[in-house]
Write a protein that binds this ligand. Structure first.
Ligand code: FE2
Length: 150
């Protein structure tokens, strides 16, 4: 069930790729720790597990928001003309995550089922494959004399 990094997800911008890979690694740790069903709903460990899962998801959301901030700083540094639109998309993604978190908290989930994992994966990877490629393309075209090596 874990997510295997695909080479074509690389933007060719080392610092951003490292952060993207770290986010995927964090998601894989969540999968490793929380994809399995807990023992039983009567088990006193269950509420602790729900709490641990929420804390881990919150930490993941904070890591993602910090990455979005870094990316916006990078786009500002290269004078990316679509920074505003990209930053709005980050704000929307962050709001979506907060909303998912609220719903999961309300449902008191104790594991990341397949549906939750698909939602999380789509949330993260969809953005990497779409909007992030656009600023990377701008970077190769306007900021590098040589084009992308691959
Ligand atoms: Fe982005």
């Amino acid at each position: 069930m874990s997510i295997v990094w695909q080479d074509h997800w690389d933007l060719g911008i080392e610092i951003m790729d490292a952060e993207h890979r770290a986010l995927i690694a964090a998601l894989n740790r969540l999968i490793e720790d929380f994809a399995q069903a807990p023992l039983s709903s009567e088990d006193p460990q269950t509420s602790l597990r729900a709490q641990a899962l929420m804390e881990a998801l919150e930490a993941f959301g904070i890591q993602a928001r910090a990455h979005f901030d870094h990316e916006e700083r990078f786009m500002r540094a290269i004078d990316y003309p679509h920074l505003g639109a990209h930053a709005s998309e980050h704000a929307l993604l962050h709001a979506e995550f907060i909303e998912m978190l609220r719903a999961w908290k309300q449902q008191r989930i104790t594991r990341l089922d397949a549906e939750t994992l698909i939602a999380l994966r789509r949330w993260l990877v969809g953005h990497l494959l779409d909007a992030d490629r656009e600023y990377a393309q701008y970077y190769y075209t306007h900021c590098l004399s040589a084009s992308r090596p691959r």
